[in-house]
Structures are given as structure tokens and as C-alpha cells.
Design a protein around this ligand. Structure first.
Ligand code: FAD
Length: 325
């Protein structure tokens, strides 16, 4: 069995769960194994059909009032009980903040290995082992890791690296309720309050059009021009680590190995050289435009369209043309 933990909050699934269910279906086909999705929470039954439509053969629902809000101790204990009972061959979690907290705790309890932050998963056709690929040595090489002797083979996967499969409303699957034994004695944490933060802009991971700026932009004011272009295109603005470290753009808008992985329809890289750590977060974009004054910048090698020139000349002209449309 290939098991996927699908995180939810306030009755809504995180998209990485759907991405992983899609990938798990591929792995399951290679192994001739079913895909089981697990959801934890309270009053979350409505999520099961969505997971089935996206490729799960079975959905295990774990409902408990103490699982309503996220608590790392209680979520770890509940998931551990499910895994002990089901004994999957493979266990996948999203490499979100929550997944990054749960996965190592589970791996330690299960006495198995964990490959964190994977960017690809495949089944070795000969050994049938899971090949888990992740960037290593600051992203300078991609390491493929196997877990030959311990089970489950466990990986966390970065959100955005796999596409969300097209849902099939005709798909059928099994829905199972699983009762866990958890109580407040299982946790040292006490939740006082949940404060919802309203974000000014949408998460860049879901954006269809991204205008990203790098060190070449030179100032925070420069990013205002990029925002103008992004708004005209119906997109959003992002940045390289250099831009984030200079304080020109917020940290949650960083694209790359230590930032977010994006795969928009259009990615416009302005004044970004294309370091391997940046490419790791955006190279699967559908169409890449690079605006750079250096024709030999590495970003030009992966760009579908390269514009060689000073962005201060190119971007205002683009904005002017778009305003005329
Ligand atoms: P630079 O490499 O300095 O490139 C600036 C570009 O702007 C140049 O190509 C230049 O020709 C061009 N330019 C300058 N002026 C103009 C102009 N007027 N008009 C047009 N073009 C102009 N980086 C990330 O982005 N994301 C990450 O998640 C990330 N994680 C990392 C993790 C590790 C462990 C390490 C070691 C590094 C990481 N980095 C990451 C940093 C990465 O190695 C690069 O240093 C960074 O991406 C460079 O950012 P940049 O392209 O904006 O700047």
C-alpha cells in the first residue's frame, strides 16, 4: 500500500495532498499496490470523495474533537496508530511546516528512515524500491536515496513539484473510519487561541503568472515597477533570495531551494542570474521569459524567451504596451 497523509485545516485540504495522491497513483500502478489517503481532524468527512476523485482507492478518516486544531503530539500519536495498523510500504507527506514537524517524529517512532524535501519519486523497475530524489550539497547535486530494509519507505515532498491530477467524479473508492485513542495526557502543549492572519496577496505557489525580480532590480522601488507589470498581467510578484535578503520583497515570496516551488503558466525572471538554487524552484514553469542585461546569464539557457537588455528600459515599455491593449 502507498499511504499519503493529506493535511487539512478548517475543513479544506492543502493542495500538496492532492499532488501526492496523484503521484502515489503512479507509484501504486508500478507496484500493483492501492493508494490510501489519511485525513485527521473533526467533521472532515466531506473531504473523502475529493481524495477519491483525485486517485485515492481508500480514504481513512480519523475524527476526534482533539484533532480539530493542529497539535503536533496528538497528530503524531494518531497517525502512528493508523500506520502501525495499516503497515504501508510507502508513506508520503507534504514538506509543509506541518509535514516537516510530523514526519521526523513518525520516522523515529516507526524506526525507519526519512528522506525530507524530495523533488522527485520513482519506483526502481528492478528492485521495486522507492527512489527518493532531493537536492544535496546546497543544490549542487541531486541525490537519489533508497530505504532498502526498513518500512515504510518515508518521504516528505515539496509542495508544487507534482501536478494536481484532473479529478474524475466517476471514480469509486472505500471510505474507512479509524478510531484513535488520544487524550490531553498525550500532549504537553496547550492551545490557547488560533489567530487567523489575512494575507494581502495570494500564495505564490498557486499563482498562474509570476513576475520575479533579483539582485539586478537594485532597490525596493524597482519592485514597485515589477508589481505594476504583474498586476497588468493578472499575476503576482516574487523574488530571488538575493532580493529577499536585501529586504526588497517578503520572505514568503522567495522562489527556490530554500523558498517556494512554483510552476506557473508564465514566469518572468527580471534581473535574476539563474543560480541552480533558484532554478530548483521554478524550472517546471510552463513558459519562462528572462530579462537580463547579460546574454550569458544561466537563466537564458532555460528561458523560452530571452530579452537582453536593462530591465529599466524593457519593463516600462512592456507596461506601456500592455496599458494600450
Ligand atoms: P545575482 O546572481 O547577483 O544575479 C543578478 C542578475 O541581474 C545578473 O544576471 C545580472 O546580469 C542581472 N542584472 C543586473 N542589473 C540588471 C539590469 N539593470 N537589467 C537586467 N538585468 C540586470 N537563491 C534563490 O533565488 N532561491 C533560493 O531558494 C536559494 N536558496 C539557496 C540555498 C543555499 C543553500 C545556497 C547556498 C544558496 C541559495 N540561493 C537561493 C542563492 C543563489 O545561489 C544565488 O545567490 C541567488 O539566486 C542569486 O540571486 P539573483 O539571481 O537575484 O542575483
Amino acid at each position: 500500500m502507498v499511504m499519503v497523509f493529506c493535511q487539512q485545516a478548517n475543513g479544506e485540504l492543502h493542495k500538496v495532498g492532492l499532488e501526492l495522491v496523484g503521484k502515489a497513483s503512479e507509484l501504486g500502478r508500478d507496484l500493483n499496490a492501492p493508494v490510501t489517503a489519511v485525513i485527521l481532524g473533526n467533521d472532515i468527512r466531506h473531504l473523502a470523495p475529493i481524495l477519491i476523485q483525485h486517485g485515492a482507492d481508500r480514504v481513512i478518516i480519523v475524527e476526534h474533537p482533539l484533532l480539530e486544531a493542529y497539535n503536533v503530539d496528538l497528530h503524531t500519536k494518531a497517525l502512528f496508530e493508523v500506520i502501525e495498523h495499516e503497515r504501508p510500504e510507502i508513506l508520503l507527506l507534504g514538506a509543509t511546516q506541518l509535514g516537516r514537524e510530523l514526519a521526523p517524529r513518525l520516522a523515529a517512532r516507526l524506526k525507519t528512515g526519512l528522506t525530507a524535501d524530495c523533488t522527485n519519486l520513482e519506483i526502481d523497475p528492478e528492485t521495486k524500491l522507492l527512489l527518493m530524489t532531493r537536492p544535496a550539497f546546497s543544490g549542487n547535486l541531486m541525490a537519489t536515496i533508497v530505504c532498502p530494509s526498513h518500512r515504510p519507505q518515508m518521504a516528505t515532498v515539496r509542495p508544487g513539484v507534482f501536478p494536481i491530477p484532473t479529478p474524475n467524479p466517476q471514480r469509486h473508492g472505500e471510505i474507512v473510519e479509524f478510531k484513535v485513542r488520544i487524550s490531553l495526557e498525550d500532549t504537553l502543549l496547550k492551545l490557547e487561541d488560533v489567530i487567523l492572519k489575512v494575507k494581502r496577496d495570494a500564495d505564490i505557489s498557486n499563482a498562474k503568472i509570476i513576475v520575479a525580480g533579483g539582485r539586478g532590480i537594485g532597490s525596493k522601488d524597482g519592485f514597485e515597477t515589477l508589481k505594476e507589470l504583474a498586476e497588468l498581467l493578472g499575476g503576482t510578484v516574487a523574488g530571488s533570495r538575493a532580493a529577499v535578503e536585501n529586504g526588497w520583497i517578503e520572505r514568503d515570496r522567495q522562489v527556490g531551494q530554500t523558498g517556494k516551488t512554483v510552476r506557473p503558466k508564465l514566469y518572468i525572471a527580471v534581473g535574476i542570474s539563474g543560480a541552480i538554487q533558484h532554478l530548483a524552484g521554478m524550472q517546471d514553469s510552463e513558459f519562462i521569459v528572462a530579462i537580463n542585461k547579460d546574454p550569458d546569464a544561466p537563466i537564458m539557457k532555460i528561458a523560452d524567451l530571452g530579452i537582453v537588455g536593462d530591465w529599466k528600459q524593457v519593463v516600462p515599455r512592456l507596461i506601456k504596451s500592455l496599458r494600450k491593449l
